[in-house]
Design a protein around this ligand. Structure first.
Ligand SMILES: O=P(O)(O)OC[C@H]1O[C@](O)(COP(=O)(O)O)[C@@H](O)[C@@H]1O
Length: 323
């Protein structure tokens, strides 16, 4: 895949962020999400790829756009055939309430390389490059914390574990506290939290806990690009969810899914744009004269280069496809 695709992916997440950030604090997460989808979908149509959505807004009958299986992109002759994983707005509630950490994200890989993860929960663990290769999702919490602390040349008491603030994490939180690590809970957006582990200045060292499985695939793609490590295990809650795993070809739900299972190979691209302020990305700011500023990152696995891009948008001058 042409490396120029990276910049086009930023255009896609910027378009989604610019649309949905308008709905910050307006209390309606559905409209915020729809706006992100509209912005993202339109921009995808300008990009020369033959894409299939593998992680999207739901099944075809649940979502009008960016549904699983939808073909997107301009698809001109000779263009790359790719799998696309999107979360036009990770943090719908955060935007509706005006809270931090919401981002728009997209990951792309050659056809067949991204896991078609069912829409259910996934138990996750993620670390940055220095601690990659030292964790195992099935290992006891204390063992993982010790391994990460050793890799980072810190004591466990100086480690910060980040996890979603959910009642289901009560036991996990107790174990982390018992081991002596610090905890940073967040309300929503575990893709951004997983990415944050790859940057020392973010102040978080390890992500743990249960979040969405689709978000897990996107986070795995991102961490693969940045040299971190992500592992996940599906958490089907009932027979119906178990059946969905089987239907999607996941026969052993107890298997720890590695980055290679979730995002295969080295031709992976990932882009994200901040919607509301987070540890790494600033949220959208709207200026006078119908201008706006976005803050994005883009990376690809082949080189591992991470670019942070600040863009000033003159919204009056946007072409029709970007309106
Ligand atoms: O809110 P739940 O059910 O605990 O699910 C956790 C998931 O929700 C999120 O926080 C936000 O997802 P949405 O934007 O789809 O609401 C994800 O980042 C996370 O994986």
């Amino acid at each position: 895949m042409d490396r120029e695709l990276a910049l086009n992916l930023v255009r896609v997440t910027e378009a989604a962020a610019l649309e949905c950030a308008r709905h910050m604090g307006r209390g309606d997460k559905i409209i915020a999400d729809q706006s992100a989808v509209n912005g993202m979908r339109k921009m995808f149509d300008t990009i020369n790829i033959d894409g299939v959505v593998v992680i999207g807004e739901g099944e075809m009958d649940e979502a009008p756009m960016l549904y699983i299986g939808e073909r997107i992109g301009k698809a001109q002759k000779g263009c790359p055939k790719v799998d696309i994983a999107v979360d036009p707005l990770d943090g719908t509630t955060a935007v509706a309430k005006g809270l931090p950490n919401a981002i728009s994200v997209v990951a792309i890989a050659p056809r067949g390389c991204l896991l078609h993860a069912p829409d259910m929960y996934m138990n996750k663990i993620a670390v940055g490059p220095k601690a990659a290769g030292r964790i195992h999702l099935d290992a006891p919490v204390e063992e993982n914390l010790k391994a990460v602390a050793d890799a980072l040349n810190k004591s466990i008491s100086d480690l910060t574990v980040t996890l979603l603030d959910r009642p289901r994490h009560k036991e996990l939180i107790e174990k982390i506290r018992k081991a002596g690590a610090r905890i940073k809970l967040f309300g929503d957006g575990d893709v951004a939290a997983a990415i944050a582990t790859c940057f020392e200045h973010s102040g978080v060292d390890i992500l743990m806990g249960i979040g969405g499985a689709p978000e897990g695939v996107i986070a795995a793609a991102a961490l693969k690009c940045m040299g971190g490590e992500f592992q996940g295990k599906l958490v089907p809650m009932d027979e119906a969810e178990l059946e969905r795993c089987y239907k999607m070809g996941i026969t052993d739900v107890n298997k720890v899914l590695t980055m290679e299972d979730l995002a295969k190979g080295n031709e992976i691209f990932f882009a994200a744009t901040g919607v509301s302020d987070g540890e790494l990305l600033k949220g959208v700011v709207y200026y006078q004269n119908n201008m706006a500023k976005t803050h994005s990152m883009v990376t690809r696995a082949e080189t591992g280069t991470v670019r942070f891009i600040e863009s000033i948008h003159k919204l009056d001058k946007k072409p029709d496809y970007a309106k």
